[in-house]
Design a protein around this ligand. Structure first.
Ligand code: GDP
Ligand code: IMO
Ligand code: MG
Length: 427
C-alpha cells in the first residue's frame, strides 16, 4: 500500500495524531486536506507532548514532506505560533509546504465565528471559534482570498481592503460589534505573505508526482465523519469534509487513487460541542472515562462529552468513507471497569434502527441497544503484542469488529508512539 488515508470515524479526537505520527515513520509525504486550526492532534514522543493544529503530524519524523493542501482553511497566526513551538524544540520545519489554492483565515472570520455563535443563543453549535465556518462561507460564496493571492502585493492589499470593508459593515452594522482596524490587518498579512512565500507550491502537482513515483503517502484526516458538513449530524458539524472523499477535493487527487482507508476509532465515544449523542453517559461512569482518558479538548481545553462505544456511528463511517481497517485507540482507558457496553442498534419508539438516521429529531429520541461485555482488571498500557492483552480485552476488540463489520488492524494502548499494537500492517 503506497498511499493510505486516515479518517476519524466518530466526532473527532479519536487519536488520529498519534496513529499518523506512528505511521509517518514509514511515509515520504503527509497531507492535510480539510479543516483548519480547529483540529488538535496530539502526538506524544518519549513523554514529550505536541499539539498540532495546522501542521501535518508527519513533521515530528523529520524525513517526511508535509503538505497543507488546498482544502484547508489556513490561519497564518496559528501556523506561525505552531511553527515557533516546534522550532524551539529543535524540530525540522523546512519540509512544510502550503497549497497556493488554500483559502486564508482572517481576523474577521474569528470575530464573525464568535458573533454568529452568540446570535444562535442556546442553539449554538459550540464551535472552536477559530473562524472555520466563516472562512468556508467566504470560499463557498466565492469571496474568499487564497494563498496564491498573497503573492501579488498590490492585488492582495486591494482584496483584503475590500473584504475588511464588507466584513466591518456586517460586524459593526448588523451585529453592533467593534469594527476591525483595516490597515493593521493589511500590514500583518503582507508580512505573513513574505514569510510564507518560500513554502507556497502547487501542492497537487507534488502529491501527483510523489504518487506516480510510488512514494509512500499518508492523507491525514482532521475532525471525524460525524462532523462532515454533508454526512454528519447537521447542523452540529464543522464546515468541511472529514470523510475520505474530502481528500480528493482537498488534496487534488483523483478518487480512484485512494483505496486504503484506516478509520481511527476510540474504544468509547466522545464529542465536543453541541449535538445529539445517543450513548452519552451523563453520570459518574462518563466522568470516570473523562478523567482516565484526559478527555479535554486539545484546541479549546473544553471537557469532552463521554459515552459508550456507538457501533452505529462507526458502521456508518465505515460505509461513507470506505474504511478498510480500524485503529482502535484508548483501549487502555477501559481497564478496570466491571462491565462494558457497546451499542449495536438504536431503539426508536420500539422500532430497531441499524443505520444512523438523518433527522436529529429522530436521533435525539433513539435509545441505545447495548451488548454487555465483562471488563478486565489488568493495566494493558504496557502490552506490546496482541497476544499480551487479557482475554476480555480481546473479546471487546472482537465485538467492535462484529458490530462495525471492519477488522481492527491496530490497537492503541497509550498515548506514546511506542504504545501501539500492530495486528496487521496497514502501510
Ligand atoms: P486527534 O484529534 O484525533 O488527533 O486526537 P486528540 O489528540 O485530540 O485526542 C486524543 C487524545 O488521546 C490525546 O490526548 C492523545 O495523546 C491520547 N491518546 C491517543 N491514543 C491513546 C491511547 O491509546 N491511550 C491513551 N490513554 N491515550 C491516547
Ligand atoms: P480533531 O482534528 C473534535 C467540532 C467543534 C464543534 C463543531 C464545529 O482534533 O479531531 P468548528 O470550529 O469546526 O466550526 O466547530 O466541530 N470540532 C471538533 N471536535 N475534534 C476536532 O478536530 C474538531 N474540529 C471541530 O467542537 O462541535
Ligand atoms: Mg483533536
Amino acid at each position: 500500500m503506497s498511499s493510505l488515508a486516515i479518517v476519524g470515524s466518530q466526532w473527532g479526537d479519536e487519536g488520529k495524531g498519534k496513529i499518523i505520527d506512528y505511521l509517518a515513520g514509514k511515509a515520504d509525504m503527509v497531507i492535510r486536506a480539510q479543516g483548519g486550526s480547529n483540529a488538535g492532534h496530539t502526538v506524544v514522543i518519549n513523554g514529550r507532548k505536541y499539539a498540532l493544529h495546522l501542521i501535518p503530524s508527519g513533521v515530528l519524523n523529520g524525513n517526511t514532506v508535509n503538505i497543507i493542501g488546498n482544502g484547508v482553511v489556513f490561519d497564518p497566526e496559528s501556523f506561525f505560533a505552531e511553527l515557533e513551538l516546534l522550532e524551539k524544540d529543535g524540530v525540522t520545519t523546512d519540509n512544510i509546504y502550503l497549497s497556493d489554492r488554500a483559502h486564508l483565515v482572517f481576523p474577521y472570520h474569528k470575530t464573525l465565528d464568535e458573533l454568529y455563535e452568540n446570535a444562535r443563543g442556546i442553539g449554538d453549535i459550540g464551535t472552536t471559534k477559530r473562524g472555520i465556518g466563516p472562512a468556508y462561507m467566504d470560499k463557498i460564496e466565492r469571496t474568499g482570498i487564497r494563498v496564491c493571492d498573497m503573492l501579488d502585493e498590490a492585488g492582495f492589499r486591494k482584496k483584503i481592503e475590500r473584504q475588511i470593508e464588507a466584513k466591518n459593515r456586517l460586524i459593526a452594522g448588523v451585529f453592533g460589534g467593534e469594527a476591525l482596524e483595516g490597515e493593521k490587518i493589511v500590514k500583518l498579512y503582507l508580512e505573513y505573505a513574505r514569510r510564507l512565500a518560500p513554502r507556497v507550491r502547487d501542492t497537487g502537482v507534488m502529491v501527483y508526482e510523489a504518487m506516480s513515483a510510488g512514494r509512500k503517502i499518508l492523507f491525514e484526516g482532521a475532525q471525524g465523519s460525524m462532523l462532515d458538513i454533508d454526512l454528519g449530524t447537521y447542523p452540529y458539524v464543522t464546515s468541511s469534509h472529514p470523510v475520505s472523499g474530502g481528500f480528493t477535493t482537498g488534496a487534488g487527487v483523483g478518487a480512484g487513487l485512494i483505496r486504503d482507508v484506516v478509520g481511527i476509532t476510540k474504544a468509547y465515544t466522545t464529542r465536543v460541542g453541541k449535538g445529539p449523542f445517543v450513548t452519552e453517559l451523563l453520570n459518574e461512569t462518563g466522568d470516570r472515562i473523562r478523567e482516565i482518558g484526559h478527555e479535554y479538548g486539545a484546541t479549546t481545553g473544553r471537557p469532552r462529552r463521554c459515552g459508550w462505544f456507538d457501533g452505529l456511528v462507526v458502521r456508518y463511517s465505515a460505509r461513507i468513507s470506505g474504511i478498510t481497517g480500524l485503529a482502535l485507540t484508548l483501549l487502555d482507558v477501559l481497564s478496570g471497569f466491571d462491565d462494558l457496553y457497546l451499542c449495536e442498534s438504536y431503539d426508536y419508539h420500539g422500532e430497531r434502527i441499524d443505520h444512523f438516521p438523518a433527522s436529529l429529531d429522530v436521533v435525539s429520541e433513539c435509545a441505545p441497544v447495548f451488548r454487555k461485555l465483562p471488563g478486565w482488571r489488568t493495566d494493558i498500557s504496557g502490552c506490546a503484542v496482541y497476544e499480551d492483552l487479557p482475554a476480555n480485552a480481546k473479546a471487546y476488540v472482537n465485538a467492535v469488529e462484529e458490530i462495525t463489520g471492519v477488522p481492527v488492524k491496530i490497537v492503541s494502548v497509550g498515548p506514546d508512539r511506542k504504545q501501539t499494537i500492530i495486528r496487521e500492517e496497514v502501510f
